[in-house]
Structures are given as structure tokens and as C-alpha cells.
Write a new protein. Structure first.
Length: 204
């Protein structure tokens, strides 16, 4: 079975607030590509909300359904991370993170109340950002002589590739994310440019 060329994620970050019996639940939704992206977002929110009692989250990455993580961050087991993940899965989203920051209001919500609160907060955040289809990408490392930069960069731009790292000296190297459905065409074009080498690693 062929892997899909597209996946669904959110177009941009969003923030929503849900309140229940004095507790505030601030839901932050982010498009992400790596675990490092998740760690960065979580640390930023912990610094922004140091007095919050819980920073619960869920994310899913990739296309096989196995790369995900949930956290209840001290809430009763199953009351936060799983309801948040359920909102991602119900919308068919991947490469998406939701972190819900809770400020306790003094009234216990109980297990059903917590599940509803985290689910509702996550749902509200997703309602505030469009869903989009993105191409599954192949991460390429391309090496070439400086004199061939114009040819290489012209094709990189024409194929809607995203350059994520580059070293431009006499002998150049760059890492780019190329749409999976166009990688063979790009490889063929670059192979016609003398001295250009390309190595691949597939990822969503």
C-alpha cells in the first residue's frame, strides 16, 4: 500500500480559553514537525505560565499513527492527555500539538468534569485555526560547487522546497524539504547538473 502524499494539519497557531467552576483552561494549538518543536513550545509555555498547576498536552507526528505522546501532568490518569489527543484524531490531524494550561479555581471538577474541560478547550482551539493539506516531504541533502548555486536554487524554488539549513562556501551544502511526489523529478534535473550530489531521507 502506497503512503499518501498529503497530510492534514493546522494552518497556524491558535489560543482558546475554557472556564468551568473557577478553573481556567488555556488551550494552545500549534503545527509542528518534530519532537524538538514540541519541547520548545512546552518550555515556552511553562515560562509564560509558571503559576499554572498543570500543563497537559497531546501531539501526533507522521503518518503511521504510532508517533504520539500524551501527558496528564498530575491530573487523574486519562482525564487530560487522551481527551486532547481525541480531538486531534477526530479531525484527522497530524504534525499537530495542543497544550492546555490549567489554573485551578478551588472547586473540584471530578473525572467527568476534567475530561469535558480538556476536550472542550482543545476543541475550541482547533475551531480557531483553518485545517490545511500539506505535502509529505523528503528531506534532501544537496552538495554542489558554488558556481552551480544559481541552477540549484532555481530548481529548489520552482519545486516549492523549503531550505532548512545551508552552508554556502566554495563547496556548498544545503538541507531542503522537497514534496514527496516531486522528488524523482527534482533528482533527475539535479543529476543533469555536473557535480551536484543529493542524498535522501523520507519524513512527514
Amino acid at each position: 500500500m502506497n503512503e499518501p502524499d498529503l497530510y492534514q494539519t493546522i494552518a497556524q497557531p491558535s489560543i482558546a480559553e475554557f472556564k468551568d467552576r473557577g478553573s481556567r483552561f488555556l488551550a494552545y494549538a500549534y503545527p509542528i514537525k518534530t519532537v524538538e518543536d514540541f519541547k520548545e513550545k512546552l518550555q515556552l509555555l511553562k515560562k509564560e505560565h509558571p503559576k499554572a498547576v498543570h500543563h497537559c498536552f497531546a501531539y501526533r507526528l507522521g503518518l503511521d499513527g504510532n508517533n504520539y505522546r500524551v501527558s496528564d501532568d498530575g491530573e487523574p490518569p486519562g482525564t487530560a492527555g487522551k481527551p486532547i489527543l481525541g480531538q486531534l484524531d477526530s479531525k484527522g490531524l497530524t504534525n499537530t500539538l495542543i497544550i492546555v494550561v490549567r489554573y485551578f479555581g478551588g472547586t473540584l471538577l471530578g473525572v467527568p468534569g476534567l475530561i469535558n474541560a480538556y476536550k472542550s478547550a482543545a476543541s475550541m482551539a482547533l475551531q480557531l485555526t483553518p485545517f490545511i493539506q500539506r505535502s509529505v516531504t523528503v528531506t534532501c541533502q544537496i552538495t554542489f560547487d558554488y558556481t552551480q548555486m544559481n541552477d540549484v536554487m532555481r530548481w529548489i524554488k520552482a519545486f516549492n522546497c523549503e531550505v532548512v539549513k545551508q552552508e554556502m562556501q566554495l563547496f556548498c551544502k544545503l538541507v531542503a524539504e522537497v514534496p514527496k511526489n516531486r522528488i524523482n523529478e527534482l533528482k533527475q534535473l539535479l543529476s543533469d547538473v555536473r557535480g551536484v550530489e543529493i542524498s535522501l531521507n523520507t519524513q512527514a
